[in-house]
Design a protein around this ligand. Structure first.
Ligand code: DAT
Ligand code: MG
Length: 140
């Protein structure tokens, strides 16, 4: 059986601010394994598919635009409980609400921006993880 896997994205704000290493450090320090890592400039169609569940919401277009603002570091992380576990490491969606000790709580910012710039994405269920890993890493 393949170990549990999740898709982690370091969003353009995280790459731009030089936080990729710090974020991957936290994933590895927790005990998860990095199975695949790729820095890329995602195509609009990839982002629209990735965020399909949010289509029609007021933040959808600013979100896609923000995700197109620079390179994204896509990561497949592996380990027991990694799907909820990485969500715990990431913290609440809004960095102001995110607890200290989490990636978004310690490092995220949500002021002075049109869309929440919260540094990371993490799959929210096994179904989302399979779907998203297939989108970002079709070869896996
Ligand atoms: P998460 O990334 O915590 O899974 P989500 O899937 O609900 O959150 O939303 C996807 C992204 O969209 C989120 O990381 C930041 C942005 N977003 C969500 N809700 C928002 C809102 N109310 N206003 C602005 N941006 C929002
Ligand atoms: Mg989500």
């Amino acid at each position: 059986p393949v170990a549990e896997r999740t898709l982690v994205l370091v969003k353009p704000d995280g790459v731009r601010r030089g936080l990729s290493g710090e974020i991957l450090r936290r994933v590895e320090a927790k005990g998860y394994t990095l199975r695949a890592v790729r820095l890329l400039d995602p195509a609009p169609a990839l982002l629209q598919k990735h965020y399909a569940e949010h289509e029609g919401k007021p933040f959808f277009e600013p979100l896609v635009e923000f995700m197109l603002s620079g390179p994204v570091l896509a990561v497949v992380a592996e380990g027991e409980g990694v799907i909820p576990g990485f969500r715990s490491l990431a913290g609440a969606t809004n960095p102001t609400d995110a607890a200290p000790g989490t990636i978004r709580g310690d490092l995220g910012r949500d002021w002075g921006t049109k869309v929440v710039q919260n540094l990371v994405h993490g799959s929210d269920s096994p179904e989302s993880a399979s779907r998203e890993i297939a989108l970002w890493f079709p070869e896996l």
